[in-house]
Design a protein around this ligand. Sequence first.
Ligand code: ADP
Ligand code: MG
Length: 399
Amino acid sequence: MKGIESLDVTGKVVLLRADLNVPLDGTTITDDGRIRASLPTIRKLTERGARVLITAHLGRPKGNSYAERAAGGPSLAPVAARLGELLGRPVPLAADVAGSSARAAAAALADGDVALLENIRFEPAETSKDDAVRAELASKLAALADVYVGDGFGALHRKHASVYDVPALLPHAAGELVLAEVAVLEKLTRDPARPYVVVLGGAKPSDKLGVIANLLGKADRILIGGGMSYTFLAAQGYEVGKSLLEADRLDDVRTVLADARARGVELVLPVDLVGATGFAADAAHEVYPVTAFPADREGMDMGPATRQLFVDKLADAATVFWNGPVGVFEFPAFAVGTRAVAEAISKLSGFTVIGGGDSAAAIRRLGLADDAFSHISTGGGASLEYLEGATLPGLAALA
Ligand code: ADP
Ligand code: MG
């Protein structure tokens, strides 16, 4: 994969696909991590006198037409403002994605300028399953620019017009963020330092069965916590009460358990749980061993014996990949297990990688420094699909 040094960008309009999909509270950005992560590529391009035209998505606009989606938002306006602050120069926002305003924004760029196109997902064609529909939008986007740079790591697993189709139409290269993220994933996949320990949590096993299946061939130990662990416990015959359960995945989970045994991979499950009377921040709760979990309780966190077990199983790790909180960390009373896992990983001197938006949010909420980890990925879904062994459409398109 070629980097931006391979492109002649001076005086050229560079269409940069970035991942600026930040969490919003109304129109306030609550975490600008993805904007910051996009700065190295933008700066490298502007320093070389490129005219940088950025396309990006934000949130999930609803509606069947451009007009409906644009009316409902979210607009990239707060992102343009924040990007302008971080770059120390104004970043004008086009009023459309690939129409007259986008063309005017491209034409107005001087060497070293940056402008942003409106939310690409206002265009229903961006995510269309119909190749011809995407191709039409892609050709309009390509017509705005001379070259293309793909740096939206968090969207690389999507076969979307701005990610997959545009690079086929223009000279292209991968941006700094994509190269950095892929280097980390390669390190996790090719000959990782051992022991290689994976911690998986989050709500549902169905999100992560694919990655578990592939990691069984790579990791030495897989620790499973959080909402997804209850389906594993149920598959072994334990009562899980009112906890999250994917009953239709019990067979898949049994297959994973048998596969782990056959391959000699240690699969570690909770031995005790914090069971609450309901899903609420202030729900009454107690610790129960998994062998005696009451039918009327809901699992919200792992118990103290499991915390110690996970900390012990992480202690000798030379490589760690962690995806998914191991409890309902959004409620402080049930963030204890997630804190224990995060702190244990932060103290390791090996190669430690955090993937997943909620996991990264948990680390920040718990007040742990980003630099306590080797890498915090900006793209949970893309990282997981890569580790599943899938070909990411956006990555293939940049080759
Ligand atoms: P990431 O974004 O890091 O990939 P996921 O999206 O897979 O993580 O999962 C995060 C969600 O899982 C959080 O909202 C968290 O509350 C939820 N979760 C974790 N443990 C539990 C549990 N025991 N019961 C219900 N939800 C849980
Ligand atoms: Mg998530």
